[in-house]
Design a binder for this molecule. Structure first.
Ligand SMILES: [Zn+2]
Length: 77
């Protein structure tokens, strides 16, 4: 599965984080206008994708989480 990180910070209502999506997520493929997504790469599970995103963007590591829809296992409430 290919994972993507939304470069746009989400609103406070959804946790005020940068969210990770899978390629199959409607919140990814319905919002590809504007090139707001960074391709993280192919990972076997959400936890590996999250670790990779935090590695790549250590300054924002505490603000990265998963989309509630496609990556609930790494979604912060
Ligand atoms: Zn998603």
């Amino acid at each position: 599965m290919t994972y993507y990180l939304n470069k746009n910070k989400q609103s406070t209502q959804s946790g005020s984080n940068y969210e990770i999506h899978k390629e199959i997520c409607p919140y990814y493929y319905n919002y590809t206008d504007g090139n707001n997504f960074i391709r993280l790469g192919v990972y076997n599970n959400d936890f590996d994708a999250l670790a990779a995103a935090k590695n790549r963007f250590p300054i924002n590591a505490h603000e990265i989480d998963g989309c509630a829809h496609c990556c609930p296992s790494i979604h912060k409430k």
